[in-house]
Design a protein around this ligand. Sequence first.
Ligand SMILES: CC(=O)[C@@H](O)[C@H](O)COP(=O)(O)O
Ligand SMILES: NCC(=O)COP(=O)(O)O
Length: 237
Amino acid sequence: MTKLSVNVNKIATLRNSRGGDTPNLIQVATDIQHFGGEGITIHPRPDERHIRYQDAYDLKPIVHTEYNIEGNPIPKFIELVLAVKPTQVTLVPDAEDAITSNAGWNTKKHESFLKEVISEFKRNDIRTSIFVDPVPEMIEGAVSTGADRIELYTEEFASEYAKGNLKAIQPYSTCAQQAIDLGIGVNAGHDLSLDNIKFFKENIPGLLEVSIGHALISESIYLGLENVVNMYLHRLK
Ligand SMILES: CC(=O)[C@@H](O)[C@H](O)COP(=O)(O)O
Ligand SMILES: NCC(=O)COP(=O)(O)O
């Protein structure tokens, strides 16, 4: 079974745009779980442009499903994760000024750093996952770090699939099988959507979890618009 972890970064983006508390992140995360969401993902960035570090603490008592915190393991992030103790931490090598995550780890080059950080999280009973491109050497390197899982970075798949290139799934299927053979779990995320998720799931062996945010929140707006416009019209009669 593949778990759906909903990334609520975009809810925080919307909230921050007005400086108030609408939409309320805690209420949204509560409702997502009530509707069947099997996890909540956040990716706090150092500039706190969407998820604030305080949000990570505020979510902790209400996330009764899987709590996944993603980010670049700079000291401030490590400190946050060790204090909050989520179910899982996903390490992402994103630059501070990146608009969004745009690459997986070079797990060979950063092996000793990753090993050190991962062992600290594991000592604290936090499951660890490393964000990687679907490249066999990087999967091998991820295994050497001692991580529990990899998260396959699916941006390339999503953009090729949208152009009709179904072969773009191949490296992901191969690397997922390799990960299973090497005894490491497989998560995936980035630009997964209602359009591509079924095909992706059907072609990835042993897919444990997907984290989806940007498309899921956008789709929720589109699919909710008719209902809400009609509710306003009704009140204006
Ligand atoms: C690791 C990953 O792919 C997601 O966490 C994604 O980066 C979401 O972050 P933003 O919402 O800041 O784009
Ligand atoms: N790990 C991926 C994630 O949390 C959500 O990415 P996206 O769906 O916002 O692209």
